[in-house]
Design a protein around this ligand. Structure first.
Ligand code: AMP
Length: 186
């Protein structure tokens, strides 16, 4: 990966200015990162997309996986602009074809993510894209689902990493050398 530049600092400032912290949403103690102001600003949305395209290209990705639901919004333009295929990882029961299902732990209870079994071709290199990396549970489960399909994940790219929740360590436990790229860290 290339070193941070003045341009990268400008990008960070632009993106930071378009993310709204909503305190105690959806429950007390959570600071929700609301990206709707960023999505409403074509300059910021475009700059974020260009950075994800740069990352995907540098990693030699051929497919971009978006995680339901905000990951879809971020990953789809990356796929179109970069010339990659788009693949959704969805919550249980939403995909019509044959799926691989992966169960993972939430703070309370469990959740299931699914991916179509035929999402990839031999040799595909996958970049996972999402808005927020928190505990890393969602991205780690997606990594497993992609692995079930027989594809190689070459990186995880997120807009915001909540460093204090140590999602990076959870991903490293799953795949020690996997690059985890974040546009903003909190
Ligand atoms: P995790 O599995 O804990 O890494 O959580 C990641 C998923 O939950 C992402 O798909 C995010 O969209 C969402 N998420 C977690 N924490 C936040 C937060 N503070 N603000 C916005 N979204 C969040």
């Amino acid at each position: 990966m290339t070193q941070p530049t003045a341009e990268a600092a400008d990008l960070s400032a632009l993106l930071t200015s378009r993310i709204r912290d909503v305190v105690d949403y959806p429950k007390p103690g959570i600071v929700f990162k609301d990206i709707t102001p960023l999505l409403a600003d074509p300059a910021a949305f475009g700059a974020m997309t260009a950075e994800f395209v740069r990352i995907a290209t540098e990693l030699g990705a051929t497919k971009v996986v978006g995680l339901e639901a905000r990951g879809f919004i971020l990953a789809a333009p990356v796929a179109v602009e970069g010339g990659f295929g788009f693949v959704p990882v969805r919550k249980a029961g939403k995909l019509p074809g044959e799926v691989f299902a992966v169960t993972y732990q939430l703070e309370y209870g469990e959740a299931v993510l699914e991916i179509h079994r035929d999402s990839f071709q031999p040799g595909d290199r996958v970049l996972i894209v999402d808005d927020v990396l928190a505990t890393g549970g969602t991205a780690a489960a997606s990594l497993r689902a992609i692995g079930e399909c027989g594809a190689e994940t070459v990186g995880v790219a997120v807009l915001i990493e909540l460093g204090f929740l140590n999602g990076r360590a959870r991903l490293a436990a799953e795949s020690p050398k996997l690059p985890v790229l974040t546009l903003l860290s909190v």
